[in-house]
Design a protein around this ligand. Structure first.
Ligand code: MN
Length: 728
């Protein structure tokens, strides 16, 4: 039973932790109010360990206090589970604690809904980026990390399989995230706890090694530290000197085979850096002075000096690193930094933020980052413009260059190229979803299907059974997968049409009542195989597309029950080879590869000209010249921009209008010119205009493309008596 006694005892822990932070009275009161609220809401709940639930949010809040977090973050730590696990509503929190704290609690709750299911490196990476991208306020991630840390600390009470899963997730996602935030203390603890649960045997082994070497190393290091202390006090440098133990997981990584994960026993004696030395001084000047003193006393190892003060790491880490040879002939790593740098190294941006609050200024001037509230915040957390810019650039490039991270309603993360649309998303889920997509809801609002998806968007696809892809989607979809699926849907449509047409052609030759029998027969499928078709349906589609003929099939069916020998006398000439109205070889328009299209009669475009495809239901695409006046009436979403290339020896009809001085022989001269160019004329009309002694000629000729057409136009224009040559 939870008593007032317990409530007050825990409250004392909280208040005690707060003492060091020097919070104002109203701030402390707000934090206590959050504690009281959480206590009441979680009253009935127990943790798996049997302890009252409030222990958990309290622990989260206390580790946030240790990070020097601000009051709203600490409150959010206390309240982080009330929305998910209790009857408390968002409105309750808003009313009692304000919008800022509500937003933090809500953010943590949302992160909890993410489905981190894969330990695969690429997937883990996208989850980490996803987390950063959707947690617009970095403080949300801090709370989440503190939450995870406490969950890891109390993992013992969960069943084995759950323990392993959570530990793996922590190692893959949360520990690297803590590192990126510069939260070294979190990172180390998360890694060591994960290590312990994931690889208990290896963990024990490493622990044994550390313990067995510890005494020997410590006594050596103590002597080195004593020497440094003496020298520093001679130079009047105030310093704190500490021996530093490496954490178990980092030692394990050093001494294990990266492939198999097995501990390599022969590397054991080499673990010189089980311990190191860390020197904390007051300012940067003292850092370099100390470095000089250390290098004078001990021989530095060449190539091991790193100046992270001049060039900080991207997570804001600053320090001098050097390795020296001790009097015992063994290398020893020495880190030198200021107290402030140390705080940042241990507590990351949370600490940094604190320094900023104590009188730093906000130098953020990155206009181009305005869309990213959280990145802006990051800059404002930092007091040095140069470093902030570098950090932001790194993060920005890393996260935002090529991909966006999109959430499904189930909390899965889908990675898509930048500028992807709901259609790309739908096809990524399933081709059926893409084919029947009619729209989408993004973050609960309806968007247009060419909406450009943003990081962290929660996308719900709206489908309709009777809907189908629109070719104009090809204009804006980003993924090849979507492009391919849209085209293949249309190809399949063509195939269905071809099958119907093939059947109609067969019906002209065979009576209706035997046709089903024929199509199902072994004889027919035998013919299909002999003509190199996969099956009977393919053969039927082949007839419809004009790829093969009914006559050919009849000749192959000779002697079967469907075509008797005497039928041979049938007039095959009557069975016309009918070319399907579709174009067989469409590769000259890569966008339309294999799709049905026709050429508009109004403007008769030829390959090489700028053309526009107009999508029509059922009829596929009609090609118009991009200058065609009919295009003005077409809705935008039916228009496709296409690139039409000349290919092979195909010719295309197009028309020319020519105005000439009406004299004998001029028409013949023009015809000769065109014939000389090797071009066929399929139609030719002359209209005399006696009043100005001119004539207008309209002709339709077949050209291979724009180049040939231009040649003809130029050569006609250069003729005497020709006044105008124009396309219609
Ligand atoms: Mn929690």
């Amino acid at each position: 039973m939870i008593t007032d006694e317990l409530k007050n005892k825990l409250k004392e822990d909280l208040v005690k932790a707060l003492e060091k932070q020097k919070k104002s009275a109203p701030e402390t009161a707000l934090i206590v109010k959050a504690y009281d609220f959480a206590f009441k809401k979680h009253l009935e709940q127990k943790r798996k360990s049997g302890e009252p639930y409030i222990i958990h949010p309290l622990a989260v809040a206390i580790s946030l206090i240790k990070l020097n977090c601000d009051t709203p973050t600490i409150c959010a730590g206390l309240l982080h589970d009330v929305l998910e696990d209790t009857l408390a509503t968002g409105d309750d929190i808003k009313k009692l604690f304000g919008d800022e704290i509500f937003a933090l609690v809500d953010g943590v709750t949302k992160l909890g809904k993410l489905n981190f299911k894969s330990s695969e490196e690429a997937q883990a990476n996208s989850f980490r980026k996803m987390l950063l991208a959707i947690a617009k306020d970095m403080r949300v991630v801090l709370v989440k990390l503190a939450d995870r840390l406490n969950n890891m600390q109390t993992l013992d009470h969960l069943p084995e399989d759950k323990r392993k899963r959570i530990a793996q997730e922590t190692l893959d996602i949360f520990a690297p995230l803590a590192n990126r935030f510069g939260l070294n203390t979190f990172k180390i603890e998360l890694e060591d706890l994960s290590f312990k649960y994931l690889m208990p045997e290896e963990y024990t082994k490493v622990k044994q090694i550390v313990v067995s070497k510890k005494g020997e190393r410590e006594s050596q290091i103590a002597i080195v530290m004593e020497k440094i202390k003496e020298l520093l006090s001679q130079h009047k440098i105030y310093a704190e000197i500490k021996g530093r133990a490496k954490h178990f997981y980092s030692i394990y990584k050093k001494i294990s085979d990266p492939e198999t994960g097995e501990i390599k026993m022969d590397t054991e004696p080499q673990i010189y850096d089980l311990l190191g030395v860390r020197i904390l001084v007051s300012d940067i000047k003292d850092c370099y002075a100390t470095l000089g003193i250390v290098h004078e006393a001990f021989r530095p190892m060449p190539g091991r000096f790193k100046d992270y003060i001049a060039v900080p790491k991207t997570n804001l880490y600053q320090s001098l690193h050097t390795t020296v040879i001790t009097p015992y002939g063994k290398p020893l790593e020495v880190q030198i930094r200021t107290f402030e740098m140390h705080d940042v190294a241990e507590n990351g941006i949370a600490a940094h933020w604190n320094y900023k609050e104590q009188g730093g200024t906000n130098h953020a001037e990155e206009k181009d980052l305005e869309e990213l509230a959280w990145l802006r915040q990051l800059i404002s957390w930092h007091t040095d413009v140069e470093d902030a810019k570098e950090y932001v650039d790194t993060v920005k490039e890393d996260i935002l260059s090529k991909e966006v991270y999109i959430l499904t309603p189930l909390g899965d993360v889908i990675t898509l190229p930048v500028d992807s649309t709901p259609i790309d998303f739908a096809y990524k889920i399933h081709s059926k979803v893409g084919d029947t997509c009619t729209g989408a809801k993004v973050n609960d609002k309806i968007v247009s299907i060419n909406y450009k998806l943003q990081n962290g968007d929660l996308v719900e696809v709206i489908t309709s059974k009777n809907s189908h892809p629109n070719l104009s989607w090809l204009n804006f979809v980003k993924t090849n997968q979507a492009k391919h699926k849209i085209k293949s849907w249309y190809k399949k449509q063509n195939r269905d049409r071809h099958m119907v047409m093939g059947r109609q052609e067969l019906e002209e030759k065979f009576s209706k009542d035997i046709i089903d029998d024929l199509l199902r027969s072994n004889e027919f499928s035998d013919v299909a195989h002999r003509l190199n078709y996969g099956n009977s349906e393919d053969l039927l589609a082949g007839i419809g597309s004009g790829d093969t003929t009914v006559a050919q099939i009849i000749s192959k069916l000779q002697g079967t029950r469907f075509v008797k020998q005497e039928d041979r006398s049938n007039d095959f000439s009557k069975i016309k080879t009918r070319k399907a109205p579709t174009q067989g070889d469409n590769a000259e328009i890569p966008e339309l590869d294999g799709l049905l299209y026709t050429i508009a009669k109004c403007c008769m475009p030829v390959p090489g000209e700028p053309v526009i495809g107009v999508v029509s239901r059922g009829k596929g695409i009609t090609l118009h010249r991009s200058s065609c006046h009919n295009l003005h009436q077409v809705e935008k979403d039916r228009i496709m921009h296409l690139d039409w290339k000349t290919k092979g020896d195909k010719v295309y009809p197009t028309h020319l209008n020519i105005v000439v001085v009406d004299r004998v022989g001029v028409v013949k001269d023009i015809l000769t010119k065109v014939a000389d160019a090797g071009v066929n004329i399929s139609d030719f009309k002359v209209k005399e205009r006696p009043d100005d002694n001119s004539a207008s000629l309209r002709m339709i000729m077949n050209v291979s493309g724009q180049a040939q057409l231009n040649q003809i136009i130029v050569s006609i224009k250069n003729m005497t008596d020709v006044l105008v040559v124009e396309r219609i």
